[in-house]
Write a protein that binds this ligand. Structure first.
Ligand SMILES: Nc1ncnc2c1ncn2[C@@H]1O[C@H](COP(=O)(O)OP(=O)(O)OP(=O)(O)O)[C@@H](O)[C@H]1O
Length: 627
């Protein structure tokens, strides 16, 4: 049996093109060939199970062997093997179907993953690193003859009688001169570890020396002996392929350590397992969130039938869960196509909502089962939950029952609990509930204390996501407004019927107003005389809630550039009922009036950390003189 032929494609020579376009990712040749070998082993097992193969199965094994002298890498398996006819069909035709289309379409492709596989180029990726590829194979079929196929990277091949004596296939790569980096044990170990760590069939690469117990010596001490054993690079049944009922917490923690040796223990995890309408398994871990978000992204590893594909899971995992860690394994995710296609893929959309639902269910379960421990973890998981609520409607609907609001006393409430807590004290005269929050508890302390004094509760909204969370709550909660604690004087945060009137006459008000206007030289400050309780602050500087939010949005690039360009504007509220105002009115000395007003305004600014630089120095000097 000897046959020469030509691979039937229109293009003269596909290999230079494969090499050129795929060069940057050329290490995936090993992934492709080892996966093929694993497939072949699994196929023969299936045939045996179906009764279509009655011979000896042997221990399933794929072996990668390096011969540095001959400059070859051999991938061997004891799978189902191929007959010469099958080589012609699967290697010459199937593997080449679409090859010319490939050349046409992907002239501009940058990423090898986009191409390999989509056009069945898996096997041919061997030519990215080899200038001669040889197949030696013996089919499981009764009476099959061993076959050999050789191709030197041109479009012609040669099939002849092979030399393999046992069932299975060897793929022998004669590594080309540009790819000699792969002729290194270290390099191959690294690639095998990256892509093959969890393959379902043992992958042998060389041997290793192990110390095994070997009875006892004369003194009764345990003896060991050194044994050369196969170096198996993979765990064939990784955690995510097992049933959750058979796994302990320690198993999950150990697996996490295996994936991320340097990470702190995760908070909790979710075992994913669906087979309809798509197939997906995996384990997602909630890590302890650090401030360096970017470092923590892209930590989820995507597998297809236990072959590692990528850790770029964008589009498959909802954006708000990108900080999760773990593994997703799905043969239903189109791995080898471009991004835009992925986004439009209906399986990907379904997987996305499945993961969102699973995460929500898990959080609900933790909340219901052990609220105390849930609250302890809230500072870490709150970020995910809030981000999810802001960005996904469906998640909001589920999360509204277990999302927590934390107040300045560090007490936690669900949304419903919080409404019940504050509704009596914080409903305004129009029946609208007002939630008061602080973004910087230290800086806004005087406002917080003033609000507390009025019997108002103040929420902590000081994490990165809270600006958005506040807006989304306001949007979702019925008849509820959120106001930052310093957006108004305490008694005006919530408008009630029982307003305190200012005791000043119109004329007195005008006098006081003009004294303060003269005392404040900064632009953007508007003075207003208000009637407050005599024991509230004489002067309060506030920024309007609406204006501040618009400015914040402009800053974050939210499109409110009109507001972003407006100068800062503050309201200076003078408490007409405070005795200081009375003192100013009593005084006949303009300089004294001015000094009193200035001092009071500076004190208000100081309490909010708004007094800095020369103004602060002036204030200190003036205060020293006063005492
Ligand atoms: N080690 C092997 N043992 C038996 N058959 C093999 C082996 N390697 C390849 N084949 C056959 O050659 C075919 C083509 O392989 P190739 O890798 O090009 O494509 P594929 O495996 O079908 O798809 P993919 O592009 O996802 O790898 C396989 O489908 C299989 O039938």
């Amino acid at each position: 049996m000897e046959e020469k032929g030509s691979i039937s494609i229109h293009t003269e020579n596909i290999f230079p093109i494969i090499k050129k376009f795929l060069y940057s990712d050329n290490e995936i040749f090993l992934r492709e060939l080892v996966s093929n070998a694993v497939d072949a082993v699994q196929k023969i097992k299936r045939l045996a199970a179906l009764g279509q193969y009655n011979g000896e199965l042997g221990d399933p094994l794929v072996e990668v062997a390096l011969d540095e002298e001959k400059k070859t890498i051999t991938i061997s398996d004891n799978g189902l093997g191929m007959t010469a006819e099958e080589i012609k069909k699967y290697i010459n035709q199937v593997a080449f179907s679409g090859a010319s289309e490939f050349v046409e379409k992907f002239k501009d492709a940058k990423d090898a993953n986009e191409i390999i596989g989509k056009f069945g180029l898996g096997f041919y990726s061997a030519f990215m690193v080899a200038d001669l590829v040889e197949i030696q194979t013996l089919s499981f079929q009764e009476g099959a003859e061993p076959a050999k196929w050789v191709c030197d990277g041109s479009t012609s091949y040669e099939i002849s009688a092979g030399t393999r004596t046992t069932r299975g296939t060897d793929i022998i790569l004669h590594i080309n001169s540009e790819s000699e980096e792969f002729l290194s044990k270290g390099k191959l170990n690294e690639i095998l570890d990256k892509y093959g760590k969890f393959l379902p069939v043992p992958i042998k690469f060389g041997t290793e020396t192990q110390s095994l117990p070997d009875g006892e010596d004369e003194e009764g001490k345990p003896k060991t002996k050194e044994v050369e054993t196969d170096h198996i690079i993979n765990t064939t049944a990784p955690l995510w392929t097992k049933a959750p009922a058979d796994l302990s917490d320690q198993d999950y923690l150990d697996f996490y350590k295996q994936l991320y040796p340097f990470a702190e223990d995760p908070l909790f995890w979710i075992h994913l397992n669906v087979d309809y309408p798509f197939n997906l398994t995996g384990v997602l871990y909630f890590p302890k969130v650090k401030n360096d978000f970017d470092m923590q992204r892209n930590k989820i590893k995507l597998f297809s039938r236990q072959v590692f594909i990528t850790d770029e899971v964008k589009d498959i995992v909802p954006e708000f869960l990108m900080l999760l860690h773990g593994v997703i394994d799905s043969p239903d995710i189109p791995l080898n196509v471009s991004r835009s296609f992925l986004q439009a893929d209906s399986n990907v959309k379904k997987i996305n909502s499945y993961i969102t639902k699973k995460v929500a269910d898990k959080l609900a379960e933790l909340f219901n089962k052990d609220r105390k421990s849930y609250e302890e973890k809230w500072s870490d998981i709150g970020l995910f939950v809030k981000y999810g609520m802001v960005s996904e409607e469906k998640f909001y609907d589920k999360a509204k029952d277990f999302a927590l609001l934390t107040n300045t006393k560090e007490e936690n409430f669900t949304l419903d609990e919080y409404r019940d807590k504050v509704k009596d004290a914080q409903t305004d005269k129009n029946g609208q509930l007002v939630y008061i929050y602080t973004t910087e508890p230290a800086k806004q302390d005087s406002f917080i204390q003033a609000a507390n004094k009025k019997g108002y509760d103040v929420l902590l909204m000081n994490s990165a996501i809270d600006t958005h969370f506040v807006s989304s709550l306001e949007h979702k909660l019925e008849k509820t407004a959120l106001k930052r604690v310093d957006s108004s004087v305490a008694s005006k945060l919530i408008e009630t019927d029982e307003a305190v009137e200012s005791v000043l006459t119109e004329e007195q008000s005008a006098t006081v107003k003009s004294v303060f206007e003269k005392a404040i030289v900064k632009p953007g400050f508007t003075v207003e005389i208000v009637g407050l309780n005599p024991d509230e602050f004489p002067v309060t500087v506030t920024m309007d809630e609406f204006m501040r939010r618009m400015k914040e949005m402009a800053q974050m690039g939210g499109g409110m550039s009109f507001y972003g360009n407006m100068p800062d504007s503050y309201k200076v509220a003078i408490n007409g009922n405070h005795k200081l105002v009375n003192r100013i009115l009593q005084s006949t000395d303009a300089a004294e009036q001015n000094a009193l007003a200035k001092q009071a305004v500076d004190l208000a600014l100081l309490s909010q950390g708004m007094l800095t630089g020369a103004e602060l120095t002036d204030f200190v000097n003036r205060s020293v003189e006063l005492i």
